[in-house]
Design a protein around this ligand. Structure first.
Ligand code: FAD
Ligand code: FES
Length: 366
């Protein structure tokens, strides 16, 4: 009992101190106006000190990639900071390599603006726009995956490379009082001008996915930003291996359809891993492609098919199925999308077959 009381007292004192620090910081530390110099004077902006670098840039319509909304859990919001902003924080450490730290790369959501700053960001980030998009259609793909078709309203077109993603903003609902921003890969092709399709899997208790699955309807308007990301087709190989699980099918669908539409001379094998038949979707779509295009092969595999599935296809972990079919690394590239665990396991298999790490491209859905 005494131990419980001591622990409770310490927690209460720590919480009270944290609140005092936040309030004191807000009222005592008036950082005034600060100038952010971007890319050696290419652009300059004046912002009120005290906010994070990520939010100050967003307020000035410079959208740095961010899939966790500033909670230091995605590691995507990196920016090279030339000014002294103090040591790397423990929240940043897991996401920065030694090389990045030496180059001054930091997580912009963790950097608080206290004085003038000089930063460097890739020029293509200036092309990222914020869009208002109307939900045109919602389709149930599986028991926990829905597809959303958005009609872009303002601006009316989004130029992207197949494989890239957008960020969408949820709105407060029920007991959720905050709006969060999350990353979703585009599943449609660039030629489908004026529209963007997203495939979203419901994460139990997930803020944004619950919003999208349970609190939006056709006709609603959503804010999205993009395009982001470096998961897109590279030159250099004729044989492409695509591997996806769950909603990781989204960017692969965009890549495959775009390659076929462009008539590129690529041989493609698409491995899709699921647990049971109820987790499979777009099977007919890809089987139909297989019939129409001799250079496209579709291999769905179930890791644990239910007896009622009467599954005739491949059974096993997707890593085993990939190892069974991919024999040589020659002239190959691999594109992987899904959970970090699945991607790490597939990278091991592919490098074991002989692909080098720079022949394997991926987007981890963290
Ligand atoms: C580049 C990129 C592209 C992405 N593209 C897609 C996409 O096309 N389709 C898609 O459905 N998702 C995609 N994601 C994942 C997406 O951004 C969100 O992380 C996910 O939808 C959960 O958001 P949430 O707000 O509902 O959950 P949160 O409120 O962020 O999380 C709630 C809880 O669930 C856990 N959690 C978060 N994500 C997952 C997960 N995937 N599985 C299990 N537990 C989880 C968290 O740790 C937390 O405990 C992508 C992520 C990245 C980085
Ligand atoms: S926004 Fe996710 S780590 Fe900074």
């Amino acid at each position: 009992m005494e131990i419980v009381q001591t622990v409770l007292s310490i927690s209460l004192i720590s919480s009270a101190l944290a609140v005092v620090v936040v309030i004191a910081d807000r009222f005592l530390n008036d950082y005034g106006e600060c100038v952010i110099d971007i890319n050696g004077g290419n652009r300059q902006m004046t912002v009120n000190g005290g906010s994070t670098l990520l939010s100050a840039l967003a307020a000035n319509r410079i959208f740095i990639p961010s899939a966790c909304g500033g909670k230091a859990t995605c590691g995507l919001c990196t920016v090279q900071v030339a000014s002294d902003v103090g040591p790397v924080l423990p929240t940043e450490e897991p996401y920065l390599s030694e090389e990045q730290v030496n180059e001054g790369v930091r997580l912009s959501c963790q950097i608080k603006i206290k004085h003038d700053l000089e930063i460097h960001i890739p020029e293509e980030l200036f092309n990222i726009e914020q869009y208002q998009a109307r939900i045109e259609k919602i389709t149930d793909l599986t028991h926990d995956i829905k597809e959303f078709r958005f009609a872009l309203e303002e601006p009316a077109e989004l130029a992207f490379k197949p494989g890239q993603y957008v960020q969408i903003d949820s709105k407060p609902y029920g007991s959720v009082t905050e709006s969060v921003s999350r990353a979703y890969s585009i599943s449609s092709v660039p030629s489908d001008k004026g529209f963007v399709d997203l495939i979203i899997r419901l994460v139990p208790n997930g803020i944004c996915t619950t919003f999208m699955h349970e609190h939006v309807k056709e006709g609603d308007t959503i804010t999205l930003r993009g395009p982001f990301g470096d998961f897109y087709l590279r030159d250099g190989a004729d044989d492409l291996v695509f591997i996806a699980g769950g909603s990781g099918l989204a960017p692969i669908k965009s890549l495959v359809f775009d390659i076929l539409e462009q008539g590129l001379e690529k041989n493609m094998t698409f491995f899709f891993g699921a647990v049971t038949k109820k987790d499979l979707y777009y099977v007919e779509l890809f089987q139909d492609l297989e019939k129409r295009y001799p250079n496209f092969r579709y291999i769905p595999a179930l890791s644990n098919p239910a007896p009622e599935d009467a599954w005739q296809g491949d059974v096993g972990l997707i890593t085993d199925v990939v190892a069974k079919y991919v024999e040589t690394p020659v002239n190959k590239q691999a594109y992987l999308c899904g959970s970090p665990g699945m991607i790490n396991a597939c990278i091991n298999v592919l490098t074991g077959i002989g692909l080098t790490e720079d022949e394997v491209f991926y987007d981890k859905f963290t």
